[in-house]
Design a protein around this ligand. Structure first.
Ligand code: TRP
Length: 435
């Protein structure tokens, strides 16, 4: 459970959630996101954990094995495959953003935020993202260190670290919210996050909210299946899944509560995009007592959170290369890391040299993010729900879920059979303008 929480809590909660909430008008977006977590995310997480627990192999092989067990077609193994591809696509940009966070560890430690105005903080950020060489260097550092951990298979060490890093991150976010409480614009921030203004929400926004429910819980690509395969027989899948979802959501909401008051107090634009946390939190670190210490610690913890997520993004590819291509773990890690790194260069350039080169109105980074978070993950989740609800034998799913009560099992089955698939399809059609 700790390891899965380490996968779920990452840049998605602290970097992505606030900026997409800002871009999509606030409250109504948050409400749709919370609804998707509860009605779609939790049932699919239970399904993924359950499939992983029964399959006990890498996602591709788990799906192949379970399809065979259920007497179904082996085409289901392509579901595992799509997960492999989605994971490495996501990591290609995730690593670039994690690189920004790494750069900010050093910036915070150097005390450069102290006494800066919002403008000063903004131009510090622009200096970073407009320089492709710097971005490439930080992307490389993050990618190499991730692959070192993956190649040595020392993820257990990282899991131990997660045990105290996650609570520390949580406490530090509380400190930041405490600061925001006194910043003068706390209620504006709260209003923005929790006043449901549905006029501000588009069909595209609903799709982004649903996509983010998958992204933030690490669902739809088999990452959570891997953790399910390590789960002891007696442990309740439902309780574990709900615990992870609650912790994950709490971190995201705290990040929002820490950031938006600063946005309003400093007259910044909520919809200013992926730089939002880097343009806001340093203002607070520059002003608060002990800000250099808290700022450094915050970005260190953010980098660790990104690390434990990055590992779960690349592990399916590495596992597949080892199982199917007979590579050693080290060789598989080097190859996976290299192709991810090369693809990440597209994201590096999206913020500077290629900023004006758009495909369907999106930069390279936006396109990769859109395809993965808003298309591939919900599609993967849909197929997982259909498999768990319709293909797998009931006695098997009931047994693996270890849910105890029949009533709860029926509720879960109803959710994965009907609510989740119909929900995903309606949101897709709605975003295409067909609904
Ligand atoms: N959930 C992580 C975050 O919020 C990102 C992540 C890790 C992820 N593994 C994943 C997203 C698998 C989708 C699928 O930062």
């Amino acid at each position: 459970m700790l390891a899965a929480t380490g996968s779920a809590v990452g840049l998605g909660n602290i970097w992505k959630f606030p900026y997409i909430t800002g871009e999509n008008g606030g409250g109504a977006f948050v409400l749709v996101y919370l609804f998707c977590i509860a009605a779609i995310g939790i049932p699919i997480m239970m399904a993924e954990v359950m499939l992983g627990r029964r399959g006990r192999q890498s996602p591709v092989n788990t799906m192949a094995y379970l399809a065979k067990e259920a007497g179904s077609h082996k085409v289901w193994k392509y579901l595992g495959w799509m997960g492999v591809v989605a994971g490495f696509l996501i990591l290609s940009y995730y690593s670039v953003i994690a690189g920004w966070a790494t750069a900010y560890v050093f910036r915070a430690a150097s005390g450069v935020f102290v006494g800066q105005t919002a403008d000063g903080i903004g131009s510090l950020f622009n200096d970073l993202i407009s320089d492709p060489e710097k971005l490439l260097a930080w992307h490389t550092i993050f990618m190499v260190s991730t692959m070192l951990v993956v190649s040595r298979g020392v993820t257990h060490g990282l899991e131990k670290a997660v045990r105290f890093l996650m609570p520390s991150l949580f406490i530090l976010l509380l400190v930041m919210v405490g600061y925001a409480l006194n910043s003068g614009s706390f209620s504006e921030g709260v209003d923005f996050l929790f006043t449901f203004n549905f006029d501000a929400l588009t069909a595209q926004g609903v799709l982004i909210a649903m996509g983010h429910a998958f992204f933030t819980l690490s669902l739809g690509m088999g990452a959570i299946m891997v953790y399910g395969s390590y789960l002891d027989k007696e442990i309740s899948v439902a309780k574990t899944s709900m615990g992870i979802a609650c912790a994950d959501t709490a971190v995201a909401l705290l990040a929002g509560l820490a950031i938006f008051p600063i946005v309003f107090a400093s007259g910044l634009e909520p919809g200013s995009g992926p730089g939002l946390i880097f343009n806001t939190l340093p203002i607070a670190f520059g002003q608060m007592l002990g800000g250099t210490f808290f700022g450094t610690l915050f970005f260190v913890l953010l980098v660790f959170a990104a690390w434990s997520s990055a590992i779960s993004l690349i592990e399916p590819l590495v596992a597949w290369l080892i199982e199917k291509k007979g590579m050693t773990r080290i060789r598989a890690s080097v190859w996976s890391g290299m192709i991810t790194w090369v693809l990440g260069i597209g994201t590096v350039l999206s913020f500077n040299n290629w900023a004006e080169n758009k495909i369907y109105g999106m930069t390279f980074f936006e396109l990769v993010d859109f395809l993965t978070a808003n298309i591939m993950l919900p599609l993967g989740g849909l197929l997982i729900a259909l498999f768990a609800g319709w293909v797998m034998k009931r006695e098997h799913s009931k047994d693996e879920l270890a849910i105890g009560s029949t009533l709860w099992f029926q509720l879960w089955l109803f959710l994965v059979r009907f609510v989740t698939p119909i929900g995903v399809i309606v949101v897709f059609l709605n975003a295409l303008g067909l609904f």
